[in-house]
Design a protein around this ligand. Structure first.
Ligand SMILES: [Zn+2]
Ligand SMILES: [Zn+2]
Length: 348
């Protein structure tokens, strides 16, 4: 199948139109016309080569929403016309304990990321959602609930599941005290989801500059990490802290904010962290943990949860030819919305 997208041809991250082929459908494949494609911070890092050499040309994108246009003969869950999504993975072994536990992101053999990795069957490099079409095996296709706005649903496939999974893993419920560090693409989704679960949510930020935004999302307010008195007063006041900071930082300042047995979960930074002090961990059996996206079953749960609770990511809709400008803005700093490309202007 001929298609078109935007690809990086080397690590300077300049995205240019790129014509390429999607594979002919296998028996269990679903072909999707992509309608909207979210731009994740990790797309920028990946095409820049920040996380290692890449198989260019590379079409990034793992927040994909579209419509089924064709299905293979063995597909049972989807039919032409269905509204569907694809997230950060397109395959896994389907046989190991983690796959059987619906945690394909931790597949023992390694899951196949949506772009930049060899396909498990034919070894071709996977290409992502900054394109007009994608072909994905049925098991990795998600259903978009009718109550969700298709234009705004795409970021749930990465930013949504990345924050939903730790909230579920650590049992957030009515009355849980949750802190969210950072109010960017991940942080603002963490706030909305935790609030909908009934938690009391506080945003942790360097300053109270974004206090109005935080309150609008349902948080009680901002705790400024630079305000020493306020930080001291907040000692032992959180059950869970979701740390969405995307750059190297120090978690020592935040650890004392956790109550006994509390956990700080890193979901933003990929790479080295500053040296941290163990004392606050020992003094309250506190934990620092990490979490990577979520399994396919849980990704469907967060889509359904967002549908039920009318939760939509804050999105700014752009055209695909504006992707380089979006990358420039994202490279300069934290933005509290997600860029989503409307793919309707792309034609093969
Ligand atoms: Zn992502
Ligand atoms: Zn597996």
């Amino acid at each position: 199948m001929k298609t078109v997208g935007y690809a990086a041809h080397d690590s300077n991250a300049e995205m240019v139109p790129y014509h390429f082929e999607r594979r002919a459908l296998r028996a269990n494949d679903v072909a999707i016309e992509i309608l909207f494609s979210g731009i994740c911070h990790s797309d920028l890092h990946t095409v820049n080569g920040d996380w290692g050499p890449q198989p260019y040309p590379l079409v990034p994108g793992h927040e994909i929403v579209g419509r089924v246009i064709e299905v293979g003969p063995e597909v049972t869950q989807y039919k032409v016309g269905d509204n569907v999504g694809v997230g950060c993975m397109v395959d896994s072994c389907q046989e190991c304990d983690q796959c059987h536990h619906h945690e394909e992101q931790y597949c023992r053999v390694g899951m196949t990321p949506t772009y930049g990795a060899p396909d498990r069957v034919d070894g071709t490099i996977t290409q992502g959602g900054y394109s007009k079409h994608i072909v994905v095996r049925e098991e990795f296709v998600l259903r978009i609930p009718d109550s969700l706005d298709m234009a705004k649903a795409a970021p749930i496939l990465c930013a949504g599941i990345t924050t939903f999974s730790p909230l579920r893993t650590w049992g957030v419920k009515e009355g849980s005290r949750v802190g969210v560090i950072g109010l960017g693409g991940l942080g603002h989704m963490a706030v909305k989801l935790a609030v909908a679960m009934g938690a009391e949510v506080t945003v942790l930020s360097r300053s109270t500059k974004k206090e109005a935004d935080a309150k609008e999302l349902g948080a009680t307010g901002i705790l400024a990490s630079t305000d020493k008195a306020a930080m001291k007063k907040a000692t032992a006041s959180f059950d869970l802290i979701i740390d969405t900071v995307p750059v190297k930082h120090d978690v020592t300042a935040y650890a004392p904010l956790l109550d006994v047995d509390g956990t700080l979960v890193i979901v933003g930074q990929v790479g080295p962290m500053d040296e941290f002090m163990s004392v606050p961990l020992l003094m309250g059996r506190r934990r620092v943990a990490g979490s990577l996206i979520g399994g396919i079953k849980e990704t469907q749960e967060v889509l359904d949860f967002c549908g039920e609770h009318n939760i939509h990511p804050e999105c700014k809709i752009i055209r695909p030819d504006e992707v380089n400008d979006a990358f420039d803005v994202m490279a300069k700093g934290d933005i509290s919305h997600r860029y989503v490309m409307d793919m309707s202007s792309l034609s093969v």
